[in-house]
Design a protein around this ligand. Structure first.
Ligand code: COA
Length: 155
């Protein structure tokens, strides 16, 4: 089940930070990052039997309000590879595209095979750019974009 986070609850916040830390270590979002994104962007969660097992955050692009930037997506380690990430992204982006969003952009490490498989093969994202040292020396990133039309085609 995919849900928009509409209210900030301490237990939920704690769980989101836990998932971020497991997935990204020190690079994960903390409470101070997540609260503004919940309030001013969009955060969606996947629940399994009431337990949050996945989360994704989006922000609007200042220069292009039709563009949502996918800040990050994380699925709990013990349930990865079972379709949770694909469903979370597909359902959350469907809601964005039904709203006022025309395209979704993200960056990903070129070696992140599981994430690229989901983005490219399952959802139809296309590589549009390569940013060398994007997050510091050696932290290169691929830029990927999915338009509303491409998303419809890939379904
Ligand atoms: C990326 C992530 C969100 C995907 O979530 P998920 O629930 O595992 O995704 P799905 O199960 O829908 O799909 C993953 C696919 O990648 C495949 N996969 C996983 N690891 C793989 C690997 N090392 N090599 C090749 N394929 C791999 C899975 O088999 C699956 O494909 P399949 O359904 O055809 O078998 C999850 O792996 C995660 O949280 N990773 C850590 C955080 C991260 O890297 N986030 C993305 C960067 S912002």
């Amino acid at each position: 089940m995919v849900e928009l986070v509409a209210e900030i609850e301490p237990k939920l916040l704690e769980r989101l930070v836990e998932l971020e830390r497991e997935a990204f270590g020190d690079g994960g979002m903390n409470e101070w990052h997540l609260v503004p994104v919940i309030r001013h962007g969009r955060v969606f969660v996947s629940k399994d039997n009431g337990i949050v097992v996945g989360e994704v955050q989006y922000m609007l692009d200042w220069d292009n309000p039709g563009l949502a930037y996918l800040i990050g997506v994380a699925v709990a380690g013990e349930v990865r590879g079972k379709g949770v990430g694909t469903t979370l992204l597909a359902e959350s982006m469907q809601r964005l595209f039904d709203d006022k969003i025309d395209s979704v952009e993200l960056t990903v490490e070129a070696g992140n095979v599981a994430a690229i498989k989901v983005y490219q093969d399952k959802l139809g994202f296309e590589v549009t750019d390569f940013r060398k040292n994007e997050y510091g020396p050696g932290q290169d990133r691929l830029v990927m974009v999915l338009t509303r039309d491409k998303f419809k085609e890939s379904k």
